[in-house]
Design a protein around this ligand. Structure first.
Ligand SMILES: Nc1ncnc2c1ncn2[C@@H]1O[C@H](COP(=O)(O)OP(=O)(O)O)[C@@H](O)[C@H]1O
Ligand SMILES: [Mg+2]
Length: 305
């Protein structure tokens, strides 16, 4: 039942009502509903304007399937503001899908996700969840910066143009101000001398640093990295990790899917090992890496270390 796009019950309201049960199918919904409204209340802080939420990301029993393929089988995770969470795991374990759920590029089939105090993709009224319209989802997504394995820069724009594009087009900010910030961001990622270069004139490492600057230009509250160095020649990996480390030291909240165990150990506050759509093990990076408890974690680490 969770996969159905059932007809709206609340047509009169012009909104698609979704049963709260639908999202929380697997757990007792009484407790869920209380927690949900708690968080939603504090998350409506755009009006209240007080205090940061306790968790930047909170995933509760997140389920995702593609047709009959169950990819996420109940993920429970929390990330505190300023925390760097690294995620490791074999290919196909659901890491990218989980990041895409956080960003609401994928719809959940069960469970709930909050980002920065807001329930992702839904508004809650009383006991019911209402699916957000695409426009609202897009607005929510602006809180989140995403950096992929492939940099996806606009090839016909300079580095500076790439970094300026979204704040000008999406946020409609004045160009002069955006340019000033974009210059500062490119300096921050070590590309002061490459402002006017086109992606084709940059190395993979430089392009990825532009991509990071571009994500930061939207002033996100959270940054998601999906194997940001996997497509790079080995000698270019370090410069990208260094930029990410600086970002972490500056206090950015980050979730980093990576095979760079050294980075996870040095920069991560927490390390999550995923396999087969579940979190098999998590803890302080050093503990997980040096003393993995689960045989699957041990097996995986023995292959990558
Ligand atoms: N859009 C999609 N449609 C169907 N199957 C998908 C889709 N995206 C991912 N999958 C499948 O979901 C599983 C998890 O994929 P993914 O999240 O990319 O894993 P990871 O990032 O850990 O390698 C894989 O079996 C993959 O083939
Ligand atoms: Mg992936």
């Amino acid at each position: 039942m969770a996969t159905d796009d059932r007809p709206s019950v609340a047509k009169a309201d012009t909104e698609d009502a979704v049963d709260a049960v639908d999202a929380a199918e697997t757990t007792a919904s009484g407790e869920d509903a209380v927690q949900a409204s708690d968080t939603a209340a504090s998350g409506d802080a755009t009006t209240a304007g007080t205090g940061a939420p306790e968790f930047m990301v909170r995933a509760e029993n997140v389920h995702k399937n593609f047709g009959r393929l169950e990819v996420l089988k109940g993920i429970d995770l929390t990330v505190r503001p300023g925390e760097v969470m690294c995620v490791i795991g074999p290919s196909g374990s659901g890491k990218s899908t989980f990041l895409r759920c956080i960003n609401h590029l994928e719809k959940l089939n069960g469970g709930r996700l909050w980002v920065n105090g807001h329930l992702v993709g839904y508004r809650q009224k009383g006991d019911r969840l209402y699916e957000m319209r695409e426009r609202e989802v897009a607005a929510q997504r602006r809180d989140i910066g995403m950096v992929f394995q492939r940099f996806n820069l606009f090839p016909h724009m300079t580095a500076l143009g790439n970094v300026m594009e979204a704040p000008v087009q999406v946020k409609g900010l004045p160009k002069a101000r955006v340019r000033e910030r974009a210059v500062a961001l490119l300096e921050r990622v070590g590309l002061a001398d490459k402002m006017d270069a086109y992606p084709g004139q940059l190395s993979g490492g430089q392009q990825q640093r532009v991509a990071i600057a571009r994500a930061l230009a939207m002033e996100p509250a959270l940054m998601l990295f999906d194997e940001p160095t996997s497509a790079l020649d080995p000698e270019l990996v370090g410069e990208v990790l260094e930029v990410m480390k600086q970002l972490a030291l500056d206090g950015m909240t980050m979730i980093v899917v990576t095979h760079e165990i050294g980075f996870a150990r040095e920069v991560g506050d927490s390390l999550v090992f995923m396999d087969g759509g579940v979190v098999v093990e998590q803890g302080r990076p050093r503990d997980v890496i040096e003393n993995p408890q689960h045989p699957r974690t041990q097996d995986f680490l023995s292959k990558v270390l």
